[in-house]
Design a protein around this ligand. Structure first.
Ligand code: UT7
Length: 329
């Protein structure tokens, strides 16, 4: 493609499992209340995938929708990038499993691990492949079955997360719309704030790791909260600057949905009204790598995003990792 042309999002898709777990349902599982969850997080319910559904199954369904939305056939996809922290298994990659389900050949496929910022990272990586001319149509998927790493005895975390998948197609733009800039950052010094301790090469599965519940997600929520606000603000500020824009140019912010209070704090920090933030946390909770992907798909389908809008995708998560993409829609 020409150096001058941008890479744009040609289609979007999503998939959410049917089963709804409400705050009221959680009151019967742990010592919590609808009032606490609603006021402290903004979450009212979340979706939970059944035992036979893994991240690749949800990612496949979101992918099919995104490919159709882009007006493409599956065989026109030449690269698949999946962002997930709940891959079906260590390997094969979830991207390969989705490729198999899509029934397409002659395609490259790989996973990335960047937790809640995974979709933002993957969009930026995919853009580079289209820009370089190596691939024409890149499928980017954020898919998570967080219920599979949730400790249903830990009220600090189990009320926060949900399952789902979102996807988009990146292709060369025919006009001046497309990705204007990306900003990606990481700091492993704070990795301890959000992690699944066991199951990897440092602490392989044993009876002891299972007894100690070390295969479940652990989080130091209030520490993360402060960093999240600061890093999301930084991501929006620097990505806009790289695009030659300012806060007043923003039409829509599609943020990672971890906590409504984080989003309101970011809104105050950058003085952009919260009405410009697309928020669906009340329906789905925090879906890590799928959150921004699903939010983008819904924002487009609900006409929250319109042609020509300046849209900022922004995320923050375990790693720690944070970043943003500025897109002219
Ligand atoms: O996805 C990206 C990364 N994730 C984040 O960025 C998440 C950031 N953190 C947060 O969203 C919030 O910190 C939480 C929602 C996780 C927690 O809210 P908080 O206002 O920071 O609460 P806290 O952890 O300071 O806990 C306050 C109290 C504690 O009780 P005591 O010690 O004050 O008596 C908790 O035990 O709330 C209690 N608590 C609960 N009470 C009822 C914690 N979870 C619950 C619960 N129901 N589910």
């Amino acid at each position: 493609m020409s150096d001058k042309n941008r890479v744009h999002i040609k289609g979007v898709g999503k998939y959410l499992p049917d089963k709804i777990l409400t705050n009221k349902d959680l009151e019967n599982i742990v010592d919590t209340s609808d009032k606490w969850i609603t006021t402290r997080t903004g979450i009212k319910q979340r979706r939970i995938a059944d035992d036979n559904t893994a991240s690749s199954d949800m990612g496949y369904k979101a992918s099919k929708e995104a490919i159709a939305d882009a007006g493409l056939k599956p065989e026109e996809i030449d690269l698949i990038i999946v962002a997930s922290i709940t891959a079906d298994m260590f390997f094969p990659s979830t991207a390969c499993l989705i490729q198999k389900e899509l029934g397409i050949e002659s395609v490259a496929a790989f996973d990335i691990s960047a937790a809640c910022t995974g979709f933002t990272y993957a969009v930026s990586i995919g853009e580079k492949f289209v820009k370089s001319g190596q691939y024409k149509n890149v499928l980017v998927v954020g898919t998570e079955k967080l219920s599979s790493i949730t400790d249903w005895e830990d009220r600090n975390t189990c009320v926060l997360f949900g399952d789902g998948a979102g996807a988009c197609i990146l292709s060369e733009s025919k006009d001046d719309n497309g990705i204007l800039s990306s900003y990606l950052k990481a700091d492993g010094n704070y990795g301890y704030l959000l992690k699944v301790p066991a199951g990897g090469s440092r602490m392989p599965a044993t009876h002891e790791t299972i007894d100690k519940r070390l295969h479940y997600l652990k989080m130091e929520g209030s520490e993360l909260f402060k960093v999240a606000v600061r890093r999301m603000e930084e991501s929006i500020k620097i990505s806009l600057k790289k695009a030659g824009l300012t806060y007043s140019d923003i039409d829509v912010i599609v943020p990672h949905q971890a906590n409504i209070r984080i989003l309101k704090a970011v809104s105050r920090a950058i003085n952009v009204p919260v009405e410009k933030f697309f928020i669906n946390i009340q329906k789905y909770g925090n879906m890590s790598g799928a959150s921004t992907a699903v939010a983008l798909a819904e924002a487009v389908k609900q006409n929250f995003i319109k042609k020509g809008d300046i849209v900022v995708l922004v995320a923050f998560g375990g790693g720690l990792v944070w970043g943003a993409n500025v897109i002219k829609w």
